[in-house]
Design a binder for this molecule. Sequence first.
Ligand code: ZN
Length: 301
Amino acid sequence: MPGSDVEARRAAIDAIPVRPASAAAPALAFPWPEPHRAAMFLSFDVDAESAWTGGNPAHADRLVTMSYGGYEARVGTPKLLELLDRLGLTATFFITGWTVDAYPAMAESILEAGHEIGHHGYHHLLPDPGSPFIVEEVERGLDALKRRLGVVPKGYRAPSGEFCEELRALLVRHGFLYSSSFRDDVRPYRHVLADGAAGTIELPVTASYDDWVLGLSTRVSPRPILSREQVLSIWTDELDEIRDWGAMVTTVLHPQCSGRPMRMRLLREFLLYAQGCGDVWIATGAEIAGRFARFEASGPR
Ligand SMILES: [Zn+2]
């Protein structure tokens, strides 16, 4: 390594702050609505083709790669809406602005079925620190949701699972109630901005409930698809332990994955299991964050 590279690396290392990355207070202890002792934030990310073009715009001309996203409007989303209707469940769908503009009828069908619509960027661009697109992604996404659906979203989920301080402050300026992107808790908590001001509420996620990593295999990321038995054991083990802890789980499900036949069969089985527990509050992000906010406002106990 040339001397100047070593110097640059040294300067970058010396700039790492020696303190926790999050200044958030410990998660507030408050009860779930009776008779529940745990919660499930049932959420879906509707990316369509923007899941592929967000990381690499050249995929727009790769028609088989794009067809993974195209499955959502043609099959995956209608089938998931049918399933939720049959089970009497209401969920949150985080939708990219691109998807709302490209597939307005699909987006309207989600809204008309009574589900919550959340913000998921416009082109599904990774909100990496220093990205020149952070403000534009949030504002164009807001515009698409308002223009096409008349929705002002309460919730935000970061595309591709990254976040930065600029985005954290931006969400507060735009009046978001909650984010659902971080991995550092099993209960809702309140973000703290770099200047000490209050941020949004966080509804944390975990890789255990991200169907993308459990069941999506493509030419650009080939990997084994996990079986029903493997996924169900991950999902039920996590849920059962969380029930003992009195905490919450968050699903991160994609119609281009969980809308596939065997994936939907296993999702149906898991949701029936969760409903059968009798003590899991299966709710939208707005419901869970709203409950947190009410307990937070009621002061220290
Ligand atoms: Zn996504």
